[in-house]
Ligand binder design. Sequence first.
Ligand code: SAM
Length: 292
Amino acid sequence: MSGQDFSRRSVRRQLSGEGLRPKKGLGQNFLTDASVLYDIVDAAALSEDSCVLEIGPGMGVLTRQLAMRAALVTAVEIDRTILPVLEKNLSDFSNVTVVNQDILQVDLEALFAKQFGDKPVSVVANLPYYITTPILMKLLEAKVPIKTIVIMIQREVAERLAAGPGSKEFGAISLAVQYRAEVEPVRDVPPEAFEPMPKVWSSVIRLMPREKPPVVVTDEGHFFRLIKAAFAMRRKTLVNAVSHEASLGATKELLKAILQDMGFDEAVRGECLGLQQFAQLSNEIIAKRLSK
Ligand code: SAM
């Protein structure tokens, strides 16, 4: 197969050839726009010696482009029934390994070691939207050498990941991701670029995992529990929301005193604090709580 047929018709024909239909429950919206495909692959900046993990190859439209440019591609696909189509479309390539598993159940450390040794890996995916956040957090928390992550996700989620303090999109997930990676927009993608068409716009983003966090925190567990508590009750003040969470050890009085030292009004809400300020707040709570 030399040229690829990206049309909607081709997607339907290939699926129906195996008696299949797109599975909504698995987020199966197949890419049918070549310009989007090339923008994703270009953003990954692959070279002949690159190692790539693809999540959700589907029928292999992206996998083929990755296999043409990289040394090794491992593609994890949950849907066993689509494998005959995928394997047919990948038959010209000897550098692709398909793993039929749920990415959320995969032991990433073991998979990376087996497929790529200790080489740096680029993750590239048109993600299933129903599990974008758990997949992303799994990638960012795993102890594996990820060089770059280029993913297509729902535009609304992309906006949340890149948001800063003060905007309505800003939340716990923005901080959790930005603590671990730099987030860069690549492009927006309309529903018409897929078969079947999703209801929403999508975005391609690139994440560059950080070698070390941009802020110093005394206790990461406390820091993330503090962030979660601060955003759990968005309409409450930070003092009310955080003092509610007993495990943080922060009384209203302590929080008010720290916030005042930091130059904030005691009625401030969580969405006004950035990474640096949450780090400072967490560190101060721990220091003052322990010094009692
Ligand atoms: N890469 C293909 C493309 O761009 O046309 C398909 C993308 S489609 C948005 C998402 C793919 O992820 C589907 O093939 C779906 O079966 C697969 N998928 C869904 N949940 C998964 C999971 N938990 N683990 C691995 N793959 C999954």
